[in-house]
Design a protein around this ligand. Sequence first.
Ligand code: SF4
Length: 96
Amino acid sequence: MQSRRGDDGPDEKSWQHLANCLGVDPDLFFPERGASTREAKEVCRGCVVRQDCLEYALAHGEKFGIWGGMSERERRRVRRARAHGATGQSNGAASA
Ligand code: SF4
């Protein structure tokens, strides 16, 4: 998701050139409240850097948009699960 991120340094962005969403309208990943996230998640589904993207969003506390195939609410669930000692991968983000 290179097109919607700032310049975070070379290490932070090393995976982004493989992103499935390169060239995709960034608005798709930031739907209006209540709008469908299905299309964005479809793009993420086949993304080889999905896990990197998700971890980036979790590490940076991204509050908006679809990252790693997960909505803000789904990421919050992962953060909570991890905080409680679970793996937090039960929402399909790690499965291809
Ligand atoms: S997981 Fe989705 S948002 Fe993240 S880089 Fe891949 S296609 Fe883009």
